[in-house]
Design a binder for this molecule. Structure first.
Ligand code: SF4
Length: 368
C-alpha cells in the first residue's frame, strides 16, 4: 500500500481530522485531548463537514456524535477482543484481496474513509493506504485466475472516496472479467459526505455488469435531505441499493429506533440487508450489546414491520469462520419428524411435512 495522494477525490471543505480541531469545534472537552490522541493512534480521526453539521456539541451522547467522535473509552481494550476480529488477514492471499467464501471476494483498493467510525471492525487496518498500480494488477489477476469468483465486493476503507477516474479503471477491469457477474460496493459516502455523489461518480460506476451499492447506515438521523438526495441519484441511475447496519449500544439498540431506521431506509428505496452484531474489535466494548439483546430486537421487528424492512441479523464468527444468521429460529425439529413453529405473536404450532397438515396444538402468548 502507498500513501493516498491524488487518486482520492479531494473535495472542500476538509474534514476535522485532529483532536485539537475537535476541541476547537466544541466536540470534545479539552481534558479529553490526551486520551483522544492515544485513541487516534489506532484509528485516525475524521469528521466530514456534513457530519459535523449534524452534531450538536451540547449533545455528545446523540447517535451521530457517538459514532464519529472519539472517546477515551476506546483505550480500554478487553482480553476477549482482537486486532483482526473477523480474520481478514488469514484470508488475504494477495494485498487488497480477502477471499473467505468460494464465490465472492473483497477487493480493498483503498483503506482511507471520509469518516472513521469509532466502532469499526477494521479499525486497526483502515487509515492512510492505497493499493499501488502493481498491487492492484496482482489483485485483479487473482480475480481473473479464480473462475469460481462470481461477485466482487469493493470495500476498504470506503471505495467511493476514490477519484472517479480510478474507480472507473477498477470497474472497467472487473467488467472485462467474464466470470464476474456482479460488483457490490460497500460505502458510507451517501450519508457522511453526500456531495461526493456526483455525475462523474455515477459515470464511473455505470457498466453492463450490475453494480449494487450497499449503504452503511446505523440511525435514521443519518438520513437527512442531502443524504436522501445522494441515495436518490444512485437509485435513479439504476444502482440497486441495500443497507448494512451495526447493532450499537445506546445508538440503535432498541426496537423503536431500529424500526425507524429500517422504515426510513425502505422509504429511500434502500432494502435493509444485514444487521451486524458488533465485532470484537479492540477498544469497542462500549459499543457492543449482547446477542440476547439483538435477538430480542429482531423478534420485535419480525412482528411489527413489513418484510421489506427486515434485515438479516448476523454474527461474524471471530477468527474468520464467516457469518451466521443470529436471530431466533422460528422452527424447531421434533422427534417424530414434525416441526414446532413459532409465529410472530409467540404462539406455537405443529407443522407436519408429510401429510401437509398444519395443526395448532398449543399456544403461548408472548410475555414480553
Ligand atoms: S467507513 Fe467503514 S471502513 Fe471506514 S471507518 Fe467506517 S466502518 Fe470502518
Amino acid at each position: 500500500m502507498k500513501a493516498v495522494r491524488n487518486l482520492v477525490q479531494r473535495l472542500q471543505p476538509q474534514p476535522l481530522s485532529s483532536p485539537e480541531q475537535l476541541v476547537e469545534a466544541g466536540l470534545i472537552p479539552p481534558d479529553h485531548i490526551d486520551a483522544v490522541q492515544e485513541a487516534a493512534a489506532t484509528l485516525p480521526v475524521s469528521v466530514t463537514a456534513h457530519i459535523a453539521g449534524l452534531i450538536d456539541p451540547a449533545s455528545p451522547d446523540a447517535p451521530i456524535a457517538k459514532q464519529f467522535i472519539p472517546s477515551p473509552q476506546e483505550n480500554d481494550m478487553q482480553e476477549e477482543e482482537f486486532a483482526d476480529p473477523i480474520g481478514d488477514i488469514p484470508h488475504s492471499p494477495v494485498a487488497g484481496i480477502i477471499h473467505r467464501y468460494p464465490d465472492r471476494v473483497l477487493l480493498t483498493p483503498v483503506l482511507t474513509c471520509p469518516v472513521y467510525c469509532r466502532f469499526c471492525f477494521r479499525r486497526e487496518a483502515v487509515g492512510d493506504g492505497l493499493l499501488s498500480a502493481a498491487e492492484l494488477d496482482t489483485a485483479l489477476s487473482y480475480i481473473r485466475d479464480n473462475k469460481e469468483i462470481w461477485e466482487v465486493i469493493l470495500s476498504g476503507g470506503d471505495p467511493l472516496i476514490l477519484s472517479p477516474r480510478r474507480l472507473s479503471q477498477i470497474i472497467d477491469a472487473l467488467d472485462e472479467i467474464d466470470h464476474v457477474a456482479v460488483v457490490r460496493i460497500h460505502t458510507r459516502v451517501p450519508v457522511v459526505d453526500p456531495k461526493r455523489v456526483t455525475d462523474s461518480l455515477i459515470s464511473a460506476l455505470k457498466r453492463p455488469t450490475p453494480v449494487f451499492v450497499v449503504l452503511h447506515c446505523n440511525h435514521a438521523d443519518e438520513l437527512v435531505t442531502e443524504s436522501e438526495q445522494a441515495i436518490s441519484t444512485l437509485v435513479e441511475n439504476g444502482f440497486p441499493m441495500l443497507s448494512q447496519s451495526v447493532l450499537l449500544k445506546d445508538i440503535n439498540d432498541d426496537p423503536e429506533t431500529m424500526a425507524d431506521l429500517m422504515k426510513k431506509l425502505v422509504g429511500c428505496r434502500v432494502k435493509p440487508y444485514y444487521l451486524h452484531h458488533g465485532d470484537k474489535a479492540r477498544g469497542t466494548s462500549h459499543f457492543r450489546t449482547t446477542l440476547a439483546a439483538g435477538r430480542a430486537i429482531m423478534s420485535k421487528l419480525r412482528g411489527r414491520l413489513s418484510g421489506l424492512c427486515q434485515p438479516t441479523y448476523v454474527l461474524d464468527i471471530p477468527g474468520g469462520h464467516g457469518k451466521i444468521p443470529a436471530a431466533e429460529c422460528s422452527l424447531q425439529a421434533l422427534d417424530n419428524g414434525d416441526w414446532r413453529v413459532t409465529d410472530w405473536q409467540d404462539n406455537t404450532h405443529r407443522y407436519r411435512d408429510q401429510a401437509g397438515v398444519t395443526e395448532c396444538v398449543e399456544t403461548r402468548r408472548a410475555t414480553c
